[in-house]
Design a protein around this ligand. Structure first.
Ligand code: OSB
Ligand code: MG
Length: 371
């Protein structure tokens, strides 16, 4: 496959509802989209870097120049056989995984189109429908949170995840469990605790949680193994798993019993598939995390979630939970039974609404191969 050009666009889209984690609240998203032209097809990717360097050190303002100066020129240097070749092509650049994933996923999308195959099949998926959960941010009051949970349960979602931090944890879990004793419930701390709070963290065990996601430091694996030994609730790692080696290490030392895979966090589909396989070898389930993606990233998450070991509901939910108007058609819909149906169309199975992308675009630049 010869890549003739790479185009970067920054789009801005207001969220239907603000989203708050232990590291802050946002009301709208700045999203970096990547498109590539390759032998008659256009592949799309989304760089999931945030507005700020709070979830990870990467953010939207580091992704742009890194792609422009290094990654796009490297990608366009000579032919690429498949999406899988991107990882080694871009390996000389350290880190910047979200920037790399935006490019790599656009190449996989283009490859699926050229081979006239659904992207999910090209990735090795088998599931024809995927199970969906929701991630509900910190609200202004526990009552507001309960209202939100009620809405999402009525919509059919199969797992409720709430964000927690000191001061917004056991008190809200009490309220949730006294209203819904049996729902599948998990929590995500985004590194809001430290190991000297172990006595506090052990109190989460009373709430029959499916998991506690990333309780400790974002860059720490070993101390999660210590914590896992001292609590019953299964730990799930998100931030601290950046590649398949991390996953293998974490599972070998029992730092967690579940893994969250985000294709952006790990640098693209190739590494995401490797982590999936590592977890499968350890007989540990994985699920697909979310980064408040537009429809483009969302459609990629759906394709990835068709792999066999995605055994738990993901944070892949309906377009309308995030956007008044999504940039793909049809928008992503979740059925009343909490599942998303996977179709047989070529590529992602969703069409990019290019006129709408253009309307939301605040910055655009196209790169061509050097001499
Ligand atoms: O930790 O999973 C996370 C959003 C932004 C940054 C980090 C996380 C999240 C979510 C949102 O939980 C999941 C979604 O896209 O709905
Ligand atoms: Mg998380």
């Amino acid at each position: 496959m010869k890549i003739e050009s790479v185009t970067l666009r920054e789009i801005q889209m207001p969220l239907v509802h603000f989203f708050e984690t232990s590291f802050g609240r946002i009301y709208s998203r700045r999203i970096l989209l990547v498109s590539i032209e390759a032998e008659g097809v256009r592949g799309w990717g989304e760089c999931v870097a945030g507005e700020d360097p709070f979830y990870s050190s990467e953010w939207i303002a580091t992704a742009w120049p890194t792609i422009k100066t290094y990654l796009a020129p490297m990608l366009m240097q000579g032919k690429l056989e498949t999406g899988r070749d991107c990882t080694s092509r871009l390996a000389r650049v350290r880190g910047h995984r979200m920037a790399k994933a935006g490019l790599e996923n656009a190449v996989w999308d283009a490859e699926a189109q050229q081979k006239q195959q659904p992207l999910w099949k090209l990735l090795g998926g088998t599931r024809r429908e995927i199970a969906c959960g929701v991630s509900i941010g910190i609200q202004d009051s526990p009552e507001q949170l309960l209202e939100k949970i009620e809405v999402e349960l009525a919509a059919g979602y199969r797992r409720i995840k709430i964000k927690v931090k000191p001061g917004w944890d056991l008190n809200v879990l009490e309220k949730i469990r006294s209203r819904w004793a049996d729902i599948v419930l998990s929590v995500d701390a985004n590194s809001a605790y430290t190991l000297d709070q172990v006595e506090h963290l052990r109190k989460f065990d009373a709430f029959n949680l499916l998991m506690i996601e990333q309780p400790l430091w974002n860059d720490e694996i070993y101390l999660h193994a210590r914590l896992q030994k001292s609590m019953d609730t299964s730990i799930c790692l998100d931030e601290s798993i950046l590649n398949a080696r991390d996953a293998d290490f974490a599972l070998e030392i029992s730092a967690c019993r579940i893994l969250n895979i985000k294709v952006g966090r790990v640098g693209g589909f190739t590494e995401a598939k490797k982590i999936h396989d590592v977890a499968q070898r350890h007989d540990v389930p994985v699920w697909c995390g979310g980064m408040l993606e537009s429809g483009i990233g969302r459609s990629h998450n759906i394709a990835l979630s068709t792999l066999k070991n995605f055994r738990l509901p993901g944070d892949v939910s309906a377009s309308k939970r995030y956007w008044k108007e999504d940039i793909i058609e049809p928008e992503v819909k979740v059925r009343a039974d909490g599942m998303i149906a996977v179709n047989d169309q070529v590529g992602t199975g969703y069409k990019v609404r290019e006129e709408l992308v253009q309307k939301f675009t605040v910055r655009e630049e196209t790169f061509k191969p050097g001499k």
